[in-house]
Design a protein around this ligand. Structure first.
Ligand SMILES: NC(=O)c1ccc[n+]([C@@H]2O[C@H](COP(=O)([O-])OP(=O)(O)OC[C@H]3O[C@@H](n4cnc5c(N)ncnc54)[C@H](OP(=O)(O)O)[C@@H]3O)[C@@H](O)[C@H]2O)c1
Length: 302
C-alpha cells in the first residue's frame, strides 16, 4: 500500500469560500487533520472566468474541487437571469471542464428548487425536475452540464440552509423580531431546514469515503431531519433565541403562501428524501433542531 497516499492530507480547493457552506466547510476541514484547504472567495476565483479557473487549478493541483459558489438570490434571479445562468450553469460547466482536463473530481451543491414542490411526500434523486423559476432552472442546467462533462462528480442537493452569516431565514427572522411587534410566516410551505455546518460535515464524510475508494459518483439529497413549515420553524427560532435575547415581537401570525407574494415562485414542498445517501454512504440526517441550538450558542455565546 502506498503510505504516502495515506499520510498525505487530501487537498480540497473550495470555491465560493466566503458563503454559508464555503465558510463552514473551510472551518470544519481545517480542524480535520485529513484535509489541506485552498479556500477561494469570489475575489480570488470568479467561476465565470475560464482562464482564472485553469490558472488556479494548475497553481494548486487539488485532489478535489468543491464548488460552493453560486448566485442564489432567488428573487433577483428573475431580473438578473444572465448573471444567474452565467454563474450557476456556465460557471459550473467551466469548472467541470477544467477539472476534467486535470482529472480532478468535483463536488457540487444544488437545490430543492429544481423541483416544483407538488409532491407532498417529498423528492428522491430520481424524481422528475420542474423548476419554477430562473434560479432553479439555472441550478438544474448546471447539474446537467456537470453530468455531461465530468463523470467523476458528486451533486449534493440541499434545502433551507441556515448559518450565522448571510441572508438566511433564521437571521432574517431574528432581525425582524427585533424591529416589529407582529411577524408573519408562511404556514403551508413545508421543508427541512439544514445547517451549513451539517452540510459541511456530510461533504467531508463523503469525501473521505470516496478517497478511500468508494465508487459512488452521482446525485444525492441531504437535509436536516424532521419536516416543518416556515411558521413552525420561525416559532422554534424565536424560542431558541429567546433564551438569550428579548424581542420586540409580540405576535407571530401564520399566513398562506398565496398571501406572501414574491418575485419568484417557490416550491410548496421542499422535502428532500435522503435514503440514497444513507444506503450508499451510511450518512444519517441530523435533526435541525439540535443544529439550531448549536447555532444560537455560536451566535450568542461567542
Ligand atoms: N441558501 C440556501 O437556502 C440554499 C438552499 C438550497 C441549495 N443551496 C445551494 O447551496 C450552495 C451553497 O449555498 P450558500 O447558502 O452557501 O450560498 P452563499 O452563502 O450565497 O454563498 C455563495 C458564494 O458564492 C459566491 N459567488 C457568487 N458568484 C460567484 C462567482 N461568479 N464566482 C465565485 N464565487 C461566486 C458568493 O459571493 P458573493 O456573496 O460576494 O456574491 C458567495 O460567497 C449553492 O450552490 C446554493 O445554490 C442553497
Amino acid at each position: 500500500m502506498d503510505l504516502d497516499l495515506i499520510l498525505k492530507p487530501v487537498k480540497l480547493l473550495v470555491t465560493g469560500a466566503n458563503g454559508q457552506v464555503g465558510t463552514a466547510l473551510t472551518r470544519l476541514a481545517e480542524q480535520d487533520g485529513f484535509f489541506e484547504i485552498v479556500a477561494l472567495s469570489k475575489s480570488d476565483l470568479d467561476i465565470t472566468d475560464a482562464e482564472q479557473i485553469q490558472q488556479k487549478l494548475a497553481d494548486h493541483l487539488p485532489d478535489y474541487v468543491v464548488n460552493c459558489a453560486a448566485f442564489d438570490h432567488v428573487d433577483e434571479a428573475e431580473q438578473q437571469s444572465g448573471l444567474c445562468y452565467a454563474v450557476n450553469s456556465d460557471g459550473v460547466e467551466k469548472l467541470a471542464l477544467a477539472c476534467g482536463d486535470l482529472s480532478i473530481p468535483m463536488f457540487h451543491l444544488s437545490t430543492d428548487y429544481v423541483f416544483d414542490g407538488h409532491y407532498a411526500s417529498g423528492y428522491t434523486e430520481d424524481d422528475e425536475v420542474a423548476p419554477l423559476g430562473i434560479y432553479g432552472d439555472s441550478k438544474w442546467q448546471g447539474e446537467e452540464r456537470l453530468r455531461l462533462v465530468l463523470p467523476e462528480h458528486i451533486i449534493l442537493r440541499v434545502s433551507w440552509l441556515f448559518s450565522e452569516q448571510g441572508n438566511n431565514f433564521v437571521l432574517r427572522m431574528l432581525d425582524a423580531a427585533r424591529n416589529a411587534k407582529e411577524l408573519e410566516a408562511v404556514s403551508d410551505r413545508r421543508g427541512c431546514p439544514t445547517s451549513a455546518v451539517d452540510v459541511a460535515r456530510v461533504i467531508l464524510a463523503m469525501l473521505k469515503q470516496i478517497r478511500n475508494g468508494a465508487e459512488a459518483w452521482g446525485t444525492y439529497h441531504y437535509c436536516g431531519a424532521e419536516i416543518t413549515n416556515r411558521y413552525d420553524f420561525c416559532k422554534e427560532i424565536l424560542i431558541a433565541a429567546g433564551h438569550y435575547e428579548s424581542f420586540e415581537v409580540e405576535q407571530l401570525v401564520p399566513i398562506s403562501s398565496k398571501d406572501y407574494v414574491t418575485e419568484a415562485l417557490r416550491p410548496n414542498t421542499s422535502v428532500l428524501i435522503c435514503k440514497k445517501l444513507l444506503s450508499v454512504f451510511g450518512i444519517r440526517q441530523r435533526p435541525w433542531r439540535q443544529e439550531l441550538q448549536w447555532l444560537m450558542r455560536n451566535i450568542y455565546e461567542s
